[in-house]
Design a protein around this ligand. Structure first.
Ligand code: NAI
Length: 268
């Protein structure tokens, strides 16, 4: 049977750490956690937007929030973020390695741009996993780590090769993490790969753009993620349930995430 950590993690007083929390999917996830009464540690390298988001969420929900300006591509910064979370709240129940960026990372593009994209999207997730996961594993209670990948990391459409590669790497890191969690006795951390399709956020829109038909809103992505986590039925689930090798399940999820082909019904 699938057992999900969802119902114990998303509870009042539990602690959520979210990177890339100043906007888009990260911000929507922070709002979701706030409505659940969780305490928040929010990280982003856009300091002014981060502080504005933290103020707005506190004003609306009365949430206890620590905002930590962080460049996730820098290992020392992510270690500082981790230390801040544990110093302030003593525990971490939900970690979302979500910060990401796009950019012109074509196959023959500027190597500096490749470094920048891989630095945030891939190294950012690696730093987050390496800093937080050992402490979460040692806590011996049900907790959840979500890494934000992308459908492009799976389908590899031509064009932004650096981005596609970074997101394929996030999938690899998440699979490796899932394996570690499964094979570590007493560990109750569950790892998930979030695979958003096209979502209407700061990354994909100009300020004056209208939402294209079929695009997801960040809230819809979060509702989808929460629904799947709650059902214990997400892309990668461990330690007691591994859908990674379940190709039917994976195919179903990937096609469900393809907004142009087949949108899943959202129950919230
Ligand atoms: P967004 O641009 O609204 O949010 C990304 C956040 O990451 C921003 O607040 C940005 O300041 C922050 N960030 C960028 N570089 C950073 C760094 N070095 N350190 C810390 N924070 C940094 O975009 P969105 O769409 O919410 O992106 C969230 C995640 O979802 C990203 O990983 C993105 O690749 C992924 N994604 C987005 C899709 C979309 O269609 N919008 C589709 C698939 C995946």
């Amino acid at each position: 049977p699938k057992t999900s950590a969802f119902s114990t993690v998303f509870q009042p007083g539990r602690v959520a750490v979210i990177t890339g929390a100043a906007g888009g999917i990260g911000r929507a996830t922070a709002e979701f956690c706030a409505t659940r009464g969780m305490k928040l540690v929010l990280a982003d390298f856009n300091e002014s937007a981060l502080l504005a988001a933290a103020d707005a969420i506190t004003a609306q929900h009365g949430t206890e929030i620590v905002a930590v300006p962080t460049d996730v591509s820098q290992r020392a910064a992510v270690e500082r973020l981790c230390n801040s979370a544990y110093e302030r709240f003593g525990e971490v129940d939900f970690l979302m390695n979500n910060a990401g960026r796009s950019g012109d990372g074509g196959l023959f593009g500027d190597p500096a741009m490749w470094d920048a994209i891989l630095g945030v999207n891939l190294w950012g997730v690696i730093h987050g996993v390496q800093a937080f996961a050992p402490r979460m594993m040692a806590a011996g209670k049900p907790t959840i780590i979500v890494n934000t990948g992308s459908k492009q990391g799976i389908t590899q459409p031509p064009g932004n090769t650096a981005y596609n590669l970074s997101k394929a790497g996030v999938k690899a890191v998440t699979e490796a993490l899932a394996h570690e969690l499964r094979s570590s006795a007493g560990c109750q951390v569950q790892a998930h790969l979030l695979v958003p399709g096209f979502t209407f956020t700061g990354m994909t829109r100009a300020p004056t753009d209208a939402k294209p038909a079929g695009a997801w809103t960040p809230d819809e992505v979060v509702a989808f993620m929460a629904e799947r986590m709650e059902a214990g039925d997400f892309y990668i689930m461990c330690p007691d349930n591994d859908v990674t090798r379940d190709l039917d399940n994976a195919r179903m999820l990937w096609s469900a995430m393809d907004v142009t082909e087949n949108r899943p019904p959202l129950s919230r």
